[in-house]
Ligand binder design. Structure first.
Ligand code: 13P
Length: 256
């Protein structure tokens, strides 16, 4: 399986800044066949960057999208509009869940809508600090995985990527803590078991599971060596071009 290194810019960079960043990133990173480099800029940057990107080298992701193809949905961007511009779409990010109130039912429709439009959803799941403190991590993860994937058939499961992002480890969270490789390993194992029990061993092994939360060049290697982790979803550190390039190089070394 490939190693995925995904940079989520969140609400940062103007279109011009994102374009300069991409230009430099394309120059700095060779064409690694076993590393899938993906950047997720703001929606407004997707169209110009889709013309600029070399898709043999790296791919674009949207940070969000809507499952209706068209209609009276002010402010939304449909997966059918994103199709052609991006290959991936981040769905159910904790900021969408907690700031914008997206629930598993809504996220489930988005995941299915993305798959229907031939985009690969990167479904984010993860418990909050208090859910972990109350021993609810396993239940939250189970609900989010099965809820998010509820409208995806077993045949389509290999078109989905999961990203485990514990909310307490995201750098913008108050008093964010870095997750330990052991903590990540435990939840990734659980996710794999949920997939096996629901969809069967063969399919479950094909689903890439990424980790996200305060990933930096100093912990990227250790996180990529956690059994069952197939890549990283990088927020803050992806905004610093040299740091993101370093993380890609680390992924290359670890996967070699
Ligand atoms: P940070 O890497 O800034 O913690 O963000 C993680 C994240 O939310 C990526 O989607």
């Amino acid at each position: 399986m490939k190693t995925y290194i995904v940079g989520n810019f969140k609400l940062n960079f103007t279109v011009g800044e994102a374009s300069i960043y991409l230009h430099k990133l394309l120059k700095a990173v060779p064409n690694y066949r076993d590393i899938e480099v993906v950047v997720a800029p703001s929606t407004v940057a997707l169209q110009p960057l889709s013309l600029q990107i070399d898709r043999h080298k790296m791919k674009l992701a949207a940070q969000n999208g809507f499952y209706r193809d068209f209609g009276a949905y002010t402010g939304e961007t449909s997966f059918s509009q994103l199709r052609g511009l991006v290959d991936y779409v981040i769905i159910g990010h904790s900021e969408r869940r907690h700031i914008f109130g997206e629930d598993d039912k809504f996220i489930q429709k988005k995941v299915a809508g993305a798959v229907r439009n031939k985009l690969t959803p990167i479904l984010c799941i993860g418990e909050t600090e208090s859910e972990r403190a109350f021993g609810e991590t396993a239940d939250v993860i189970r609900d989010q995985v099965l809820g998010g994937l509820a409208d995806v058939s077993a045949e389509d499961l290999d078109k989905v990527i999961l990203a485990y992002e514990p909310v307490w480890a995201i750098s913008s969270t108050k008093a964010a803590k870095e997750a330990t490789p052991g903590e990540i390993a435990e939840v990734v194992k659980l996710i794999r078991e949920i997939l096996k029990d629901t969809y069967g061993v063969k399919v479950a092994e094909k689903v890439p599971i990424l980790f996200g939360g305060s990933v930096k060049k100093t912990n990227a290697g250790a996180y990529l060596m956690v059994p069952g982790v197939n890549g990283l979803l990088v927020g803050g550190a992806s905004l610093i071009l040299s740091e993101f390039i370093d993380i890609i190089e680390i992924a290359k070394r670890v996967s070699a």
